[in-house]
Design a protein around this ligand. Structure first.
Ligand code: PEP
Ligand code: MG
Length: 528
C-alpha cells in the first residue's frame, strides 16, 4: 500500500470534502484537419458559435456574479480583437485548432504574467474560452466527473464550476489558482470547499482524497486513522455552520453580553438582493471599484447603484468607499502601469490625481445621500492633506450642485485605516467622522507580505502582534476621541481572528454576507 501523501495549500473557501479525485487537466482530443482554408474557417466559426450558444444558455440559468463572469466570457468570444488573429492564421494555412490555440495562448500569457492579481485571475476565464472552443472543434464534450468528486488540477474553468451539481458534495483543489479568482468567489458564496496553491502534482491520482479547506490541505491515499480524524473535523465544521445559522437573526453579543455591530461588505448593488436587512447592522463597506469595471461609469449609473443600496438598508448606515482602483484592482482607462502597484498611485492618490473622474463619483454620492443613511470613506489615506483635499472636492461639488438647484446632502466623511502611517499616528486625523480599519492592506504593509502572493501567505497574518497592537491603538484612540472605529477587512468575518479583534477593543465589524452567521456565532463564544 503506497504511503499517504499530504499536500498543503491555501484555503479559498472553507469546508471539507471526501471523494475521488477528478483530474481537471485539459482533454486533448484529436482534431481532423479540413481540405481548404475556407473549411477551416467555417469549422472555427461553427465552434465559436457552439461555445457562444452554450454560454448564452448558461447565462439564462445564472444570476449575480456568476452571470457577470459568463457575460465577460461571451463578450470576449464576440470580440474580433480576440478571434481575428486565429482567422488570420487560418488564412495563412494553419488548421483551425492550432490557429485558435496559438491565438488564445498568446493572449493568456499576457494575463498570466501580469503583476496584477485581477488580470491573473482572468487568465482562468481566457483558458476556459480557449478550451470550450477547442472542445467544440473536436466535438469532445468535457468528461463527466463522478458525483462528489474533488476536482484537482492546474485551475478550474468558471463554466465547469457552474455546470457542476455541488449538492452531493465535492470540492476543488488547485495546483495554481488564486483566492481572488472568480471561481473562488463563487465557491465561497455557494459553500463549495476549495483550496489553491498546492504546487507540484503527484504522479498517482487514483483513489479517495480528503480535502480540508478550513485549514488548507489535502491528503491522498489516507490511512484509516486519517479518514476517521478527518470525518470528525468535518462534522464539527458542519455542526459549527448549522449552529451559526441560528445566530443569523439575532443581534451579535458576546458571552459577557457585550454588543458587537456586524455589518456587511458588498461590491455590486445586486449583492444586497439576497440579504435580509434585519440580519445585519448596515453596510460597513461598499467597494465601488467594481462599478468601474470595463468602462468608467457615468454619474447617473453610479447614483442609481448607490441609491439602490441606501433604499435597501432603510435607515441603517451604508458606508460607501470612493473608488479604490489600482494595486490589485486595476481599472482600464483609469489606473496606470506601475512597477510596484501596491505602493503606487492607488485609492485616494489616484482619485486626487484624476479629479475629473473623482468629481463624477462625488456628485453621484452627494445626490444619493438624500435616500438613506450614507457615510462616505476614502481608501488608502496616508496623510492629512489627502483627506483635506478630498473633503474640499466634496464641498466644491456640493456648492456647484446647490447653485444648479440639484438636491443633495453632505454625508459624514471618514477614512480607511490601512496605511501604517495612519494607524501609527492617528492623531493627525482627529477631525474625521469615522475610521474603518482595512486589515487586508494594513496587514500586508505592516508585514511586507503581499496579500495575493501564496509564497508569503504564512507572513500575512492579522494575528501577528505587530498588526494587533496597531489595531488596538487605533481602537483606543477612537474611544478617547469619540471617533467610531470599525473593521472591514476579511479578518472581520474570520472566526479564528474575531476573538483577537474584540480583545483589541473593536466593537464593529463588517464581513462578507456569506460569513455573517459564522461571525455572529464566533462573537457569541467570546467571553469579553
Ligand atoms: C482592506 O484593505 O482591508 C479593505 C477592506 O480594502 P480592500 O480589500 O478593498 O483593499
Ligand atoms: Mg484596502
Amino acid at each position: 500500500m503506497p504511503e499517504p501523501l499530504k499536500l498543503k495549500g491555501i484555503p479559498a473557501s472553507a469546508g471539507y470534502a471526501e471523494g475521488p479525485l477528478f483530474n481537471l487537466d485539459p482533454v486533448v482530443a484529436r482534431y481532423r484537419s479540413k481540405a481548404t482554408a475556407a473549411d477551416e474557417r467555417l469549422a472555427l466559426e461553427t465552434a465559436i458559435g457552439t461555445a457562444t450558444g452554450r454560454l448564452a444558455k448558461l447565462i439564462q440559468a445564472t444570476e449575480g456574479d456568476a452571470a457577470d463572469i459568463l457575460e465577460f466570457q461571451l463578450a470576449m468570444l464576440e470580440d474580433d480583437a480576440l478571434t481575428g488573429p486565429a482567422f488570420a492564421a487560418i488564412a495563412a494555412g494553419q488548421p483551425a485548432d492550432a490557429a485558435w490555440r496559438q491565438a488564445l495562448d498568446a493572449e493568456i500569457v499576457g494575463y498570466e504574467t501580469s503583476d496584477q492579481d485581477y488580470f491573473r485571475a482572468r487568465a482562468a476565464d481566457m483558458r476556459d474560452i480557449r478550451d470550450q472552443v477547442l472542445r467544440a472543434l473536436t466535438a469532445d464534450s468535457a468528461a463527466a466527473a463522478p458525483t462528489g468528486a474533488i476536482f484537482y488540477g492546474e485551475d478550474i474553468a468558471p463554466t465547469r464550476f457552474l455546470e457542476t451539481d455541488w449538492s452531493a458534495g465535492g470540492g476543488i483543489a488547485l495546483k495554481a489558482g488564486s483566492t481572488a479568482s472568480h471561481v473562488a468567489m463563487l465557491a465561497r458564496s455557494r459553500g463549495v470547499p476549495m483550496i489553491v496553491g498546492l504546487g507540484a502534482s503527484p504522479a498517482d491520482l487514483a483513489g479517495v482524497a480528503l480535502l480540508d479547506a478550513e485549514h488548507g490541505g489535502i491528503v491522498l491515499r489516507p490511512t484509516r486513522a486519517e479518514v476517521e480524524a478527518f470525518r470528525q473535523s468535518s462534522s464539527s465544521f458542519a455542526a459549527r455552520r448549522d449552529r451559526a445559522e441560528t445566530f443569523l437573526t439575532r443581534p451579535a453579543v458576546t458571552k459577557a453580553g457585550t454588543a458587537v455591530g456586524v455589518q456587511v461588505n458588498i461590491a455590486d448593488p445586486s449583492d444586497v438582493d439576497g440579504i435580509d436587512v434585519s440580519t445585519c447592522d448596515g453596510v460597513g463597506l461598499m467597494r465601488t471599484e467594481f462599478l468601474f469595471g470595463k468602462t468608467l461609469p457615468d454619474e447617473e449609473t453610479q447614483y442609481r447603484a448607490y441609491r439602490k443600496v441606501l433604499e435597501w438598508a432603510e435607515d441603517k448606515p451604508v458606508t460607501i468607499r470612493t473608488v479604490d482602483a489600482g494595486g490589485d484592482k486595476p481599472v482600464l482607462g483609469f489606473t496606470v502601469e506601475e512597477g510596484n502597484p501596491f505602493l503606487g498611485l492607488r485609492g485616494i492618490r489616484l482619485s486626487l490625481a484624476r479629479p475629473e473622474v473623482f468629481r463624477v463619483q462625488i456628485r453621484a454620492l452627494l445626490r444619493a445621500a438624500l435616500h438613506g443613511n450614507l457615510k462616505v470613506m476614502f481608501p488608502m489615506i496616508a496623510v492629512w492633506d489627502e483627506y483635506q483635499r478630498a473633503a474640499a472636492l466634496f464641498a466644491e461639488e456640493q456648492a456647484a450642485l446647490a447653485a444648479r438647484g440639484v438636491a443633495q446632502k453632505m454625508p459624514p466623511l471618514g477614512i480607511m485605516v490601512e496605511v501604517p502611517s495612519v494607524a501609527i499616528a492617528p492623531e493627525a486625523f482627529a477631525e474625521v467622522a469615522f475610521f474603518s480599519i482595512g486589515s487586508n492592506d494594513l496587514t500586508q504593509y505592516v508585514m511586507a507580505a503581499a496579500r495575493d502572493n501564496a509564497s508569503v501567505a504564512h507572513l500575512n497574518s492579522i494575528r501577528h502582534p505587530a498588526v494587533l497592537r496597531l489595531i488596538a491603538s487605533v481602537a483606543a484612540f477612537g474611544r478617547a476621541q469619540k471617533i467610531p472605529v470599525s473593521l472591514c477587512g476579511d479578518a472581520g468575518g474570520d472566526p479564528a481572528a474575531i476573538p483577537a479583534l474584540i480583545e483589541a477593543g473593536l466593537r464593529d465589524l463588517s464581513v462578507v454576507p456569506a460569513q455573517l452567521a459564522m461571525a455572529k456565532a464566533a462573537i457569541a463564544d467570546v467571553s469579553i
